[in-house]
Ligand binder design. Structure first.
Ligand SMILES: CC(C)(COP(=O)(O)OP(=O)(O)OC[C@H]1O[C@@H](n2cnc3c(N)ncnc32)[C@H](O)[C@@H]1OP(=O)(O)O)[C@@H](O)C(=O)NCCC(=O)NCCS
Length: 135
């Protein structure tokens, strides 16, 4: 049985690093403003499987560093936490949500109603596109 709860930033770092930046220094997984974020973890049988970090700016919520442990991907955990964070953001009064998506994940976000903007970038060997939707 899975559940989602707020977790301290430091609990996200290992999964972020292992899933997103395995070839870079561990420090790359730490955001300078992690203390300003709200961090969510999805647990199944007390194993931390998926993490994501929320940063609010006015009525807009950004989510960052969304990662599911590799061996648990494509099992629906990411969808569960994404649905949760959209509902959470709406309940908190936000009317807009966005992320700087890896191009490889853009289809996943599209299936949740996110639209690709024209803001594209490239960093750390990955192509990114800002995706957004109203809540
Ligand atoms: C993006 C990410 C967080 C999604 O997490 P996830 O737990 O794999 O998400 P889900 O399992 O809910 O969905 C992922 C895919 O599996 C599919 N899926 C979900 N449940 C499934 C099941 N039971 N059987 C088969 N496929 C399934 C979904 O349809 C989705 O397909 P799509 O990518 O073609 O849209 C994860 O792939 C990840 O950590 N990627 C590497 C880091 C990254 O790119 N992060 C995002 C940065 S923007």
């Amino acid at each position: 049985m899975s559940h989602i709860e707020q977790i301290p930033a430091y609990l996200t770092w290992k999964i972020r690093h292992k899933v997103m930046y395995p070839d870079l220094d561990f420090d790359k997984a730490i955001l300078p403003n992690d203390d300003d974020g709200l961090h969510l973890g999805l647990f199944d049988e007390n194993v931390l499987i998926s993490v994501v970090s929320l940063f609010r700016n006015g009525d807009s919520m950004q989510f960052r560093k969304f990662a599911t442990r590799s061996e648990y991907q494509h099992k629906g955990y990411g969808s569960e936490i994404l649905r949760y964070l959209m509902e959470y953001s709406k309940n908190e009064g936000c009317n807009h949500i966005w992320c700087n998506a890896r191009k490889s994940a853009s289809g996943f976000y599209s299936s949740f109603g996110f639209i690709e903007t024209e803001k594209i970038s490239h960093a750390n060997g990955y192509d990114y596109v800002i995706m957004e939707r109203t809540l």
